[in-house]
Structure formats: structure tokens, C-alpha cells
Write a protein that binds this ligand. Structure first.
Ligand SMILES: [Fe+2]
Length: 284
């Protein structure tokens, strides 16, 4: 852990020169630094509607829901438990995700819908996860829970952020929770040096400090996975459908998920390409 003097000496390395950000960019950045997350309205809502439609079609196709058996889009997403049991959920998830991952236009749509806040958070040379992840959480299903954690504890880079994007309104236990940044830092500092911990016990202890994110359809969450976060059993009456995609500054340090493997560059600028190619040529 950094001592106070060392922390003060190294702070200048990450603190930007004042006045270089626009006013709204500055306000967003200050909020993200304070909370470690931001709930953002998505742009180009028709592209989100298109993704939702595609998910519905892929899901119905996989489950053989045709003709009069085919429910409305709303019923399918809200009450997925009427068409798929817990045991068949993973196959449904994979069928949908494989259908989406093979569509480059749709993949780009995810990025475009949140491009401005993503760039404000990680910069404009970005590496994006090669594939998107989908999570489906039926009401009262305890099979796909994420206990309190930070992804950095599993070796992921602390420079990554997550775009968490729901296809339905998410609220209360149908959503995810985060421990805002100041509290996360404090709790993580307390835990440093401990050999292990009981996630459930810690969850119960810090429950009053957790924030359950209210994310209506048409919005998404950007959060740093340095924060402690997780989910619980969905005790609401409808199913949760959410995507998550990792993003990071292309040239920031990588962790367990590497460039070329899990991450692909998406917005490399010419100076970076020229520099990279120059150094490669020098080596050969
Ligand atoms: Fe996580």
C-alpha cells in the first residue's frame, strides 16, 4: 500500500492539468471519480430496440416458439420463466449470445450507444472485449448469483470499466448493487493483509452502504470493477436480461484478460499505429 507521502508524490502522475476538459466532461469525470460508476442515457435508442428485437427472435427460435405459441416481445423478456426453466437457461443464453456476437454491426451498436461517456471515462483509444456477455436472471432463481466481489481480485486490470446494459427496466433486487468508491476503497484497505473473507458476512455487514442501481430500459451503467459489486436473488416478478462488456484504454496495463485474447483494439489512432509499427520494424 502507498504511504501518504508516496501517494502525494505520485498523485501528479494521474491528475490532469486543470481546464482541459469541457464543462460537462469535467462534471461527468468528477462524478465518476467520486462514485466509481455512472448511470448513462443511451444514444440512438432505435439501435437498442433492434438488439432487443434480435434477442427476442434468437430466443424464440432457440426455444421453438413459433406461430400461435410465440409470445409478445414484452412477455418473452419479462416472463422468460414461462418458456425456459433454470436448467435450460444456459443453452438459451448461449444461443442468443452466439447469434449476436457474429453480427459486427450489432457489436458496434453497443459501443456507439455509449461512446461519449465511454471516451470520457477511458479515453478515445479503446480496447473492447472481443465478445459480449449476457446474463438472464429469472425471478427467484439462485443459480446465477454473483457474490460481493471486485473483478480486480481475480487478476483483472484495475484500468478496465464495465458497460452494464439492460434490455428491461432494472430496479431493486432485479438490478445489481455497488459499494460506491469511497466506501469500497475504505473496505478494501481494511481487508488488505487478510488471508480470506466470507463474502456473505461482509455483504451483511456493509448492506446499508450498498447502492442498488435503478436503470430503466434505454439507460446503462458504466462502472469500474475496482468497486465491490454483485447481485442477489431477483425477488421481483419479472426476468432480468443484461449485457456486460469490458472496455479499457488501449495502452493501459492489462491483467488476466489480455489484448488479442479477450480484448480487441477498436479505435486505434494513427500515431499509435505508426509508433507501434516503427518499434516492430526496429525489432525485426
Ligand atoms: Fe464483477
Amino acid at each position: 500500500m502507498l504511504t501518504k507521502t508516496r501517494a502525494a508524490k505520485t498523485a501528479h502522475r494521474s491528475q490532469p492539468r486543470p481546464g482541459f476538459f469541457s464543462e460537462d466532461e469535467h462534471a461527468f469525470i468528477e462524478g465518476f471519480l467520486r462514485d466509481g460508476y455512472a448511470i448513462i442515457p443511451l444514444e440512438q435508442k432505435d439501435r437498442l430496440d433492434e438488439v432487443r428485437r434480435r434477442v427476442y427472435e434468437l430466443g424464440c427460435e432457440h426455444l421453438g416458439l413459433k406461430g400461435s405459441k410465440r409470445p409478445s416481445l414484452e412477455e418473452f423478456l419479462d416472463h422468460t420463466e414461462r418458456f425456459a426453466g433454470v436448467e435450460s437457461l444456459n443453452a438459451l443464453r448461449l444461443a442468443v449470445i452466439n447469434g449476436l456476437n457474429s453480427d459486427a454491426q450489432l457489436m458496434r451498436g453497443f459501443f456507439d450507444m455509449a461512446r461519449r461517456p465511454i471516451e470520457w471515462t477511458v479515453g478515445n483509444e479503446i480496447a473492447m472485449q472481443r465478445t459480449i456477455n449476457l446474463s438472464i436472471q429469472l425471478p427467484n432463481d439462485d443459480s446465477s448469483l454473483l457474490p460481493l466481489h471486485s473483478d480486480v481480485w481475480d487478476g483483472n486490470s484495475p484500468y478496465e470499466i464495465v458497460l452494464w446494459l439492460p434490455l428491461v427496466d432494472c430496479f431493486k433486487t432485479k438490478s445489481m448493487y455497488v459499494l460506491p468508491r469511497a466506501q469500497s476503497r475504505k473496505r478494501i484497505a481494511e481487508m488488505r493483509g487478510l488471508k480470506g473473507f466470507d463474502a456473505e458476512k461482509l455483504f451483511q455487514r456493509i448492506k446499508p452502504e450498498l447502492v442498488w442501481l435503478e436503470v430503466p430500459y434505454g439507460s446503462a451503467v458504466l462502472f469500474t470493477h475496482c468497486l465491490m459489486h454483485g447481485n442477489r436473488i431477483n425477488e421481483e416478478k419479472t426476468t432480468r436480461w443484461t449485457f456486460n462488456i469490458r472496455l479499457k484504454g488501449l495502452l493501459t496495463p492489462y491483467g488476466a484478460k489480455e489484448l488479442g485474447e479477450s480484448f480487441l483494439p477498436v479505435t486505434t489512432r494513427p500515431a499509435t499505429r505508426i509508433g507501434f509499427e516503427y518499434l516492430q520494424e526496429e525489432k525485426s
